[in-house]
Design a protein. Structure first.
Lengths: 231, 80
């Protein structure tokens, strides 16, 4: 698994992602700057980390989505390469058109930073093979704009094609009760049509050590590490 | 030449910020406010003096960056 992590001006979770990938895969991912025009040859996975790219000016992720490196990310995704966008990375993916919908201001207007339970939508993808469908995992969320919104047709399509990767829930798995931000259908993360692009608001990269709250996020990076698809 | 671009949320898109502003205005006791929707205004200076060309350029700016057309509408006004 050759991975690359992109840093935009204002990204701040790239170090956490690099650490999680190193722990799961045993090697260091390559760091990519947003103005680079190409990804390293043979890259299997590109990660867009969390943060506040361009200070969230205009719309969260809007300016980063037009950065030079995003053309290379689009081409990589079109070839079937894996792309993971976490938090601001998810916002960048929807702004760049790689995933449908939009992330609006949280319904309660507040920035939410807390531990959050999620329900795993399916376990047959490159990102979730080390989980089971319906698993309830505890990770962290930290966002002001995580309220997933799309038109009814898009939501029906995501549901019909089983492309909801994670849903917010409470400790018992109740999704309605556990929705922190008003997201439609309690959506915390979605896949692209070919299941090779995943965008999610929660931070699995921060839950990889018992010392700092748990290891429920490890499964995602271990799944990626074990993946041997045609990228 | 100067132009103004106004970006507004499409009808039916939930606007929590507009709702909060609406609530604040109503809490002042200002009578007669039904609802508030928040948008954005961009004042842009252009080096061109051709209104048709300017409009075309600014539409493309809206489509490429200034508006997210999934949830937003935009209006371009050439102010002369």
């Amino acid at each position: 698994m050759k991975s690359a992590v992109i840093t935009f001006p204002g990204s701040n979770r790239e170090g956490d992602v690099i650490r999680a990938l190193r722990q799961a895969t045993g090697h260091d991912p390559v760091s990519i700057w947003h103005q680079d025009a190409d990804l390293p040859k043979g890259t299997d996975l590109v990660v867009l980390p969390g943060g506040f790219s361009y200070g969230d000016y205009l719309r969260c992720g809007a300016i980063a989505a037009r950065a030079p490196v995003m053309d290379a990310v689009r081409a990589h995704a079109a070839r079937g390469g894996l792309v993971l966008g976490i938090c601001n990375g998810f916002q960048i993916l929807v702004e760049s058109g790689l995933l449908p919908g939009v992330l609006m201001r949280n319904a309660g207007l507040k920035f939410i930073c807390k531990m959050q339970h999620l329900k795993v939508g399916r376990s047959d993808t490159a990102f979730t093979s080390h989980y089971s469908t319906g698993d309830i995992i505890k990770v962290a969320i930290a966002h002001g704009e995580g309220n997933y919104v799309a038109d009814a047709e898009t939501i029906a399509r995501l549901e019909g094609e089983n492309r909801v990767a994670f849903r917010y829930c409470d400790a018992q798995g109740d999704t309605k009760a556990g929705n922190p931000n008003g997201s439609l259908n309690d959506i915390a993360g979605i896949y692209s049509e070919k299941l090779n692009v995943l965008g999610m608001m929660p931070h699995p990269e921060n839950l990889i050590e018992t010392l700092v709250g748990g290891t429920d996020g490890r499964g995602l990076f271990e799944s990626l590490s074990a993946y041997r698809g045609a990228a | 030449m100067k132009a103004r671009i106004t970006v507004t949320l499409k009808n039916g898109v939930l606007d929590p910020q507009g709702k909060a502003i609406e609530g604040a205005l109503k809490s002042f006791g200002l009578e007669g406010i039904d609802s508030v929707r928040q948008g954005k205004v961009f004042d842009i200076e252009l080096d061109s003096n051709d209104p048709a060309k300017a409009e075309e350029l600014l539409k493309s700016a809206c489509e490429k960056l200034l508006a997210n057309t999934v949830i937003e509408n935009y209006r371009v006004e050439i102010l002369g």
